[in-house]
Design a protein around this ligand. Sequence first.
Ligand code: BGC
Ligand code: BGC
Length: 745
Amino acid sequence: MKEEKLQELLDSLSMVEKIGQLVQVPGPVLEAQGQELGVRDALGISEEIIQNVGSTLNVVGADQIRRVQKAYLEKSRHKIPLLFMADIIYGFRTVFPIPLALGCTFDPELLKKLCVATSKESVAAGAQVTFSPMADLVRDARWGRCLESTGEDPYMNCRYAAAMVEGFQEGLQEEGAGKGMASCVKHFAAYGAPEGGRDYNTVDMSERRLRQEYLPSYKAGVDAGCEMIMTSFNTVDGIPSTGNKWLMDDVLRKEWGFEGVVITDYAAIAELMAHGVAEDGKEAARLAMEAGVDIDMCTDCYANNLEALIREGSIDETQLDQAVMRVLRLKNKLGLFEDPFRGADAVREKEEILTPKHRGLAREAAIKSMVLLENKEELLPLCREDFQGEKKIALIGPFADNRDALGMWAIHGDKDAVVTVKQAFLENIAPESLVCTEGCETMLAEDYTDLLAFYEQTGKAAWSTEKRKGEMERALALAAEADVAVLALGESELQGGEGGSRTKLTIPGDQLELLRRVRKCARKVVVLLFGGRPLILDEVKELADALLLVWYPGTEGGHAICDVLFGSREPEGRLSMSLPRSVGQMPLYYNAFSTGRPYDGKTPIRFFSRYTDCDNTPLYPYGYGLAYHKAAYGPVHLDSHTLDREGKIEVSVEIANESSRAGMETAQLYIQDMAGSVVRPVKELKGVCKVFLEAGEKKTVTFQITEDMLRFYGKRLRYESEPGKFRVTIAPDSSCQLQEEFNLV
Ligand code: BGC
Ligand code: BGC
């Protein structure tokens, strides 16, 4: 449809019809997923608005979407199709590793491919908009939603956010409906920095830090052309994002030029009352509208108050019109006026989901995101041939043969399609070489009473004391008689994700005790660690011979784990988040400031910036990960020690594979600005290059440094570089020393 036609359409709408476009309702209100009239009543929106709502969420499946759209359009005067949005965060039916794991790939192009695949599956199933990527920077492992973030580094987060938007939206601009889906970048802004790591809690930071570290990844999503932005639940400088005009209008729309649709997070307009910035729903609606929020997700605030606000003149009707126009434009861009079903088709849906190609991608992504933390005496890889009847593996632990590999936000994922670790083992080794048992539960129901309802939904029941004891003994007996004990341990999927904040971050339940006891009786112990956030691994590090962090690896997790364990592939992941020694170190991140009393980590003197009972350093640093090959980095070389503003310098390093195995290195470029008008981080990642080295091969990796890479928000809050001295290095992880110096003139 042409823009003039859209304007005509807008002009022909009544006030109620316009307001409807700005209201999003849960699926059950539209009688998707069966008739749940309770939801409809609880929402408290008039029948008239419901007949005219603009969008719904998490209704998926070609047949269902066709049915809901058809029923809706039949009653609609102007035949403006409904928009179907969904949380399709890291895969649709085929589920990829969680974003925090994908962050460990250091491979934005791969993430783009995964999003193209995700969009193919989703579009065939009728979804039109995805609430992804989550571009929130994370530094605090207590926050359950770390799993949805690509990590702690602003530079990588920018690259990932842009790649994901491009992947989801690929084909969207092409003629003919039905390709690509609109991407909604969230949660704008700084949702990943709640005080104490407690979900939905206050976020308060300087504008400098906000702009320097937290905003860039959202901006990268906007620059990559995302069609939508979602507000966050938290406050930004005392004002909740959803009513924050500075954030939504001054920064997002005016500074960044964002022209797409702004949607709230779930029920966030009504939460303006709980926050205490609005006395009632009407005031909340006014604040959100003034801030420039277009769509109200699942509250009655816009539905029940916008008309009165406009009639009394508190809100200008042109503002309403602009918001409605943005929604109509998005529908038009998606081709919905030509085909309200956007090609959603049950046959195509079946063909597109869980294809060998997508499963292959899932396997590849899982291999590339697993981080090998320990490998004492090069225990890994295990030799497949040894386990064809001769030697024995005891595969033990709650994750040994369950399908809890998807993580909390894979709500549309096909759990039945998950390949378990045990299944994959049996594809690799002889049945008589494998013994397997659970050993213990993931978590003890008694520790998590608030999760009990969710737990019961999974159909599981808490173990009796007798069963606990019996299973533990059985596991120990199996471990004792095997050559290698492989323990599949981790955090329950229920413990992470939204509302999954925790203060204790050790492996839950009886699992640590299981590991301690297995250690005593087993010859060799490999730990496969599942989870969605950094856990405290000090004891595990000591007890395990090999420790492989597999995160929630997705549909093909089992296969990928065996590819790595038996050495068909190397584990390629490098940490996207620092792993702490103690929860007391939170927030923990590599790109911190020096302080006036930096601690050298050597002499424990009291009056330095340090803890008296714990090292400052992480247990494993950002960017870290072992491999099966062994590489050495030579000295860093600069082609010049002076950089002028229009010029560039080249920094290079020779990397030598000193082993007899080929492998992939993840070379990381770190820079430190030695003195600025404001304090600068001790180092910042400014580039990354994955290089494949044959056995014994040497390669030189070169990065270019230009002035724009050195900019930051200085004293006057302008984004600019400052002349002076910089240090630089290229290294395998962030614990490196900066080796060389140059001057920006
Ligand atoms: C979450 C969002 C999600 C939305 C819609 C909220 O609770 O914070 O990430 O997109 O629900 O399901
Ligand atoms: C302390 C101050 C003290 C000063 C002089 C500093 O180390 O931080 O509180 O007044 O020494 O003794």
